[in-house]
Design a protein around this ligand. Sequence first.
Ligand SMILES: [Zn+2]
Length: 64
Amino acid sequence: MTASRTIPLAPSASVHEHAWITESVHLTSDGRVRYVRCAGCSVRRVDVDTAALLPPAALTREIG
Ligand SMILES: [Zn+2]
């Protein structure tokens, strides 16, 4: 007789959808630079808003 085993899917911090909150915003000649931090895992990132109609683009990789 064999027991069936299932492996639970462990949640990983690296796959969750970051909930970015803005810590500070600075106006520069390239646009509006925004320092953001994830409320869930505290990873930080720097975004730049190049145009008002476009979503923010990541200027850096995720740090932390
Ligand atoms: Zn996160």
